[in-house]
Design a protein. Structure first.
Length: 430
């Protein structure tokens, strides 16, 4: 992990620290384009071939059976089921609070406008299950889809070599109430949901994280008019910690390490006003990283990570806003006040007792968040992600008469005479 003093950085140095590495390589994009086009043309046959090639699974039946569901629920521990139920309750409560009532507005007498949400009817959820299965993502994506009222929720997750799906993923799906699950992973799952096959239905929007091949496939199908919309392009996980002298060095170290645990390409950043804290973190990180089974992954990620010593907490927040992290931890005196200055972050964790782990699993907020600086212009998955808003207007004859001069003035200015006639013909009709 490298260490920098912010006031000694040139503009070019600072700019370089704010950048993430490129998500894709040309060969990744080319391979994914070929795969997506193949599945679009050949459907199930291509899905079976790619499952054998990439997952080493000789799939006979794509859809998970009722018997497999029941077996999965019996095989997971009661402790996990209790934890998943508690997490689901918090996630449901938080996303239920995002419902909004449509309000009718009379913009002028006789002209009433409003908008109403409608669910996206068919959605696809992708749940990775490689080195670290993610049953928590089933809850994060499935619960708001249910609340929104999506008519069909399709879930895809990679098969194991014995052609089964991860038991914890199936158990979580059962808690949410999702029973249409297919044994297909990677970019082939994204393509199958985007285009539809003989077995897997086409969906309108795809949600879920994945490796660079999954992300490249999402990018490809979202640009194809025959494909599907997507939630966001999720890159490697990232955290930025703002800390002062009040922060416990061990807590800060584990916050940094916990994100590095995800992926060798993940990035952890500490911005602090305390040189003493920065030195302590540099000293203890290697030994703390060695405590965990995924220490090789953690060490590789820490090589990509860095510490910035800032002149003030205000300067630290400015750096964070420019970086726009997926996760932001504020572990300082008056952390709640400092959080008011945050303008760009996926999710913010305030104070010494708010680890990212809480948002990852069970506090209630969604863990599907923007990465690679996208928090500058977008937020994470929410109830709105599963809805589209339709606007309505109700206009009576008196209202149209008042509005008519405005409408016809614009129509004539723009040279669209039929637009004007669509107004005047109504006023002259009986």
């Amino acid at each position: 992990m490298k260490k920098y003093v912010e006031n000694k950085l040139t503009e070019q140095d600072r700019f370089a620290l704010l950048q993430r590495s490129s998500q894709f390589q040309n060969e990744t994009e080319a391979a994914v384009k070929q795969l997506c086009s193949d599945i679009k043309q050949r459907g199930d046959a291509a899905v079976y071939e790619y499952s054998l090639k990439f997952d080493k699974a000789n799939i006979r039946t794509l859809r998970v059976s009722a018997e497999e569901f029941e077996s999965a629920k019996r095989s997971v521990s009661p402790e996990f089921l209790d934890a998943a139920a508690a997490a689901a309750g918090n996630i449901r409560k938080f996303h239920e609070s995002q419902k909004c009532n449509s309000q009718k507005i009379e913009t002028m007498k006789g002209v009433t406008c409003w908008r109403e949400p409608r669910p996206i009817e068919n959605v696809g959820l992708y749940i990775p299950a490689g080195s670290a299965p993610l049953p928590s993502t089933v809850l994060m994506l499935g619960i708001p889809a249910k609340i929104a009222g999506c008519k069909r929720i399709v879930l895809c997750s990679p098969p194991k070599k014995d052609n089964s799906i991860n038991d914890f993923v199936l158990a979580a799906a059962s808690i949410v109430g999702i029973d249409e699950i297919y044994k297909v992973g990677g970019a082939q799952a994204v393509a199958a949901m985007a285009y539809g096959t003989e077995t897997i239905p086409k969906v309108d929007k795809i949600f879920g994280p994945g490796n660079r091949f999954v992300t490249a496939a999402k990018q490809f199908v979202s640009a194809d008019p025959g494909g599907a919309q997507i939630d966001l392009l999720a890159g490697p996980s990232e955290v930025l910690v703002i800390a002062d002298e009040s922060a416990d060095p061990d807590v800060v170290a584990y916050d940094l390490i916990s994100q590095c645990e995800h992926d060798a390409d993940a990035q952890a950043v500490l911005v602090t006003v305390s040189k003493k804290l920065a030195d302590e973190i540099m000293h203890i990180l290697p030994s703390r990283a060695g405590e965990f089974p995924r220490n090789n992954c953690i060490s590789a990620s820490l090589e990509r990570s860095f510490i910035v010593i800032a002149d003030s907490l205000e300067s630290a927040v400015r750096f964070s806003n420019d970086y726009a992290p997926e996760h932001l931890i504020i572990n300082t005196h008056n952390a709640e006040r400092l959080a008011q200055s945050v303008t760009s972050a996926g999710s913010v964790f305030i104070g010494p007792f708010a680890p990212v782990t809480a948002g990852d699993y069970a506090s209630g907020t969604n863990h599907t968040l923007p990465t690679n600086g996208a928090a500058r212009f977008t937020g994470g998955v929410s109830l709105d992600s599963y809805q589209k808003y339709i606007t309505f207007q109700l206009i009576d004859k008196a209202g149209l008469a008042v509005l008519a001069p405005v409408l016809t003035a614009f129509a004539e200015t723009e040279g669209l005479q039929a637009h004007a006639r669509a107004v005047t013909s109504r006023l002259s009709s009986k």
